[in-house]
Every structure is written in structure tokens, then in C-alpha cells.
Design a protein around this ligand. Structure first.
Ligand SMILES: NC(=O)C1=CN([C@@H]2O[C@H](COP(=O)(O)OP(=O)(O)OC[C@H]3O[C@@H](n4cnc5c(N)ncnc54)[C@H](OP(=O)(O)O)[C@@H]3O)[C@@H](O)[C@H]2O)C=CC1
Ligand SMILES: O=C(CO)COP(=O)(O)O
Length: 337
């Protein structure tokens, strides 16, 4: 198969490695990626995965048309970039498999998962879309370390293709039809990972104290709330207690950018200085920040529809208080438990 990865960020670049085991792989860069394209063209390592990409060709922003004859298209940009990229390629799509990997909500006035936003534009593509969720820190995928993710789709042919052509012995794939549940849970795990990682920051602020009991409390509450939101949004409970939910929550609060943000906030950084510090480190997008507010608005909509009660989501409220209302993480945790 020919696979075209659209977006040379950390995840898109890392996926060239497993994908190239069985396929021809081309990597197309957006205008945001030009500096990185020059680096990887010189055979240097990608700065965000510390590995060289494995590609048959690298395409510049003005060469998108050369990518669109691929059998599998991967929209590999962050959530903010997904619909702008989709709109650029929509008219050229045939019957390809279209994979998304961003973990966030799309704000179209109404808060949608990424597949729902794409289906709104092109209902005919419902069965062509597959979403990747589950624990897959890009750097670890790039280093061929053990990874097991979930590909969700409404299309059985789509699921068969991704399993057959994209799975390797170090990049394992489980399949499900619960794409709305997976995409809701994966956007939320970025939000709740921030709160769990607060504790690591609070521990370091207090010196030599460990608060594993509190971590247990916060992880349990996070899973309770993610489950409430996923069910209310039309997803399945079992999705939360599997790789997409608890699996990715663990990978993210321990090793992801959202975990880094949470740790800085727990250390006492305010949100602006924490985001500035992560920008200085060049880690790339931190999806949980914008998506905490979108998750809150989704919850309010689901409350108005009678699908849940806002009082079931105290941790989501607390996360938004720290990210948007200037509250201190330790104070919020103290009020919560
Ligand atoms: N990194 C990881 O370990 C994993 C990431 N993901 C998900 O993958 C998605 C991408 O993350 P990742 O690859 O790490 O991110 P990066 O920050 O490394 O790359 C994101 C890419 O999207 C570009 N971009 C940002 N905004 C826009 C826009 N409006 N239009 C077009 N392109 C845009 C970025 O440009 P710029 O470089 O200037 O920001 C960058 O090229 C995220 O949703 C993330 O949750 C999923 C699993 C693991
Ligand atoms: O989604 C991820 C791991 O599965 C990466 O999470 P971060 O975006 O927080 O780095």
C-alpha cells in the first residue's frame, strides 16, 4: 500500500517507522513544518522524536497533490489543524482509508469529536475514517518500543486494511467500532492527565513527600468522570477501561506533554508561565489546555440534554478553575477531596 502522512509533527513522523515495514510511505509537511522538513531532508533526526523518519519521499507544503493518490491518508496534525487540512483534501478524495490521530474536540459552536466533524462535511466518508487512540508516546513508537493502540472505525473494510497493513510486532493494533467513545475518551485523557500530574508537581514543591494515595484518588475520579462523559456522548464504558482510556491516561500523565503541563502547575507555575516553559522546551502541542474548556462546554450541553449532571464532574470543574480562573492546583485538590 502507499501511505501518505499529512503533517510532520512528532506523531506523524514517528508513524513513518512502523508504517514503512509493509508500505511505501510519503511524508507531507504543512507550512508549520518547513524547518523540520529541511532537517529531516538532510538525514537529521526529527527533534521531537530523536529518530530519523523512514520515508520514500518528503513533500513540501505546495506538493500536497502528490500525496493524494495514496491508498491510506493520515491527517497527522494537531486538532486545530485537522479541519483546515481536511478541507484542502476533501474534493480529491476517492475511496481511501483516512486516519486521524489528533486527540481533541472540534469547536463548531457545538463540541464535536473529530470524526463527527468530518462526517458533518462528508457523510459519504463515514466508513472510510479510522481514528487512532491509546498509549502511543511518539518517541517510544519511533524507537520501536512496545506499543498497543486502538484503531476505531464504522467501516469493517477500513478496520481490516489498517490491521493487515499497519500492524507490526512492536506496534500492535486492536480494533473497535466505538469511534465516538474512543475519540471522546482520548480527548478527555489529555485533560485529566493534567490534574493527575499536578500531584507530581506538589510532591516536588513539598520536598521529600510522596502522595500515592492522592494519585489513586485522582486517577479513580478521572476515570469516573471520563466514563460519565463517554457514556453521555454515546460511547461505551468498556472503551474507558481499556487502552484508549486508562491505558492512555497512564502513558500521558507519566510521559506526555499534558503531564508536563500538570506537573508545572502543581509546582506552582501559573498557566501562562507553564505554557511558556513548554514552548521553550519545544515539546509541541499540548492539547489538554484548549480541550479542558471544550470538554466543559460539551458537559454543559449533555447536562441540558439530561444525559449527565454537572455535579458529577467536580474534577473537570477544578481543572478549568486552574487553567482559566487562576486557581492554584493544590487549593483545588484540597477543596475536592
Ligand atoms: N506526540 C505524541 O506523543 C502523540 C501525539 N498525539 C496527537 O497527535 C496530534 C499531533 O500531535 P504531535 O504530532 O505531537 O504535535 P506536534 O506539535 O509535534 O505537531 C503538530 C503539527 O501540527 C501543526 N499544526 C499546528 N496547528 C496547525 C494548524 N492550525 N494547521 C495545520 N497544522 C497545524 C504543528 O505545527 P507546529 O509545529 O508549529 O505546532 C505541527 O506541525 C495531537 O492531537 C496529539 O494529541 C497522539 C499520540 C501521541
Ligand atoms: O497521546 C499521547 C500518548 O498516547 C501523548 O500525549 P501528550 O500529547 O500529552 O504528549
Amino acid at each position: 500500500m502507499k501511505v501518505a502522512i499529512l503533517g510532520a509533527g512528532a506523531m506523524g513522523s514517528a508513524l513513518t517507522i512502523p508504517y514503512s515495514e509493509k508500505n511505501e510511505v510519503v511524508l507531507w509537511g504543512t507550512e508549520y513544518d518547513v524547518p523540520i522538513l529541511e532537517k529531516i531532508r538532510r538525514g537529521e533526526k526529527h527533534p521531537r522524536i530523536d529518530e530519523r523518519v523512514a520515508v520514500n519521499d518528503i513533500l513540501n507544503p505546495d506538493e500536497l497533490d502528490k500525496a493524494l493518490n495514496a491508498d491510506i491518508l493520515v491527517i497527522a496534525v494537531s486538532t486545530e489543524g485537522v479541519m483546515p487540512i481536511f478541507e484542502q483534501i476533501s474534493d480529491s478524495l476517492k475511496d481511501q482509508v483516512i486516519i486521524t490521530l489528533a486527540k481533541g474536540f472540534i469547536d463548531e459552536g457545538e463540541i464535536l469529536t473529530i470524526p463527527q466533524a468530518i462526517w458533518h462535511e462528508r457523510k459519504d466518508l463515514k466508513r472510510n475514517i479510522a481514528a487512532i487512540t491509546g498509549p502511543s508516546i511518539a518517541k517510544e513508537v519511533a524507537k520501536k518500543l512496545p506499543t498497543h493502540v486502538v484503531y476505531s472505525s464504522l467501516g469493517d473494510r477500513t478496520l481490516k486494511v489498517v490491521k493487515e497493513y499497519l500492524e507490526t510486532d512492536y506496534y500492535r493494533i486492536s480494533l473497535t467500532h466505538d469511534i465516538v467513545g474512543c475519540e471522546t475518551a482520548s480527548a478527555l485523557k489529555n485533560v485529566y492527565s493534567i490534574a493527575i500530574a499536578w500531584i507530581r508537581g506538589i510532591e516536588s514543591r513539598k520536598g521529600n513527600v510522596t502522595m500515592n494515595n492522592l494519585k489513586g484518588i485522582i486517577v479513580t475520579q478521572a476515570l469516573r468522570e471520563i466514563g460519565t462523559l463517554v457514556r453521555a456522548n454515546g460511547g461505551k464504558t468498556e472503551t474507558v477501561y481499556d487502552l484508549t482510556g486508562i491505558g492512555d491516561l497512564i502513558a500521558t500523565f507519566r510521559g506526555g506533554r499534558n503531564g508536563m503541563l500538570g506537573e508545572l502547575l502543581g509546582k506552582g507555575y501559573d498557566i501562562d508561565s507553564a505554557l511558556k516553559e513548554l514552548e521553550r522546551r519545544g515539546v509541541g502541542v499540548v492539547e489538554g489546555y484548549v480541550n479542558a474548556e471544550r470538554a466543559y462546554r460539551l458537559a454543559e450541553t449533555l447536562d441540558h440534554k439530561g444525559k449527565l449532571k454537572m455535579e458529577e464532574l467536580p474534577l473537570l470543574e477544578g481543572i478549568n478553575d486552574v487553567l482559566y480562573n487562576g486557581k492554584d492546583a493544590e487549593e483545588v485538590i484540597h477543596d475536592l477531596f
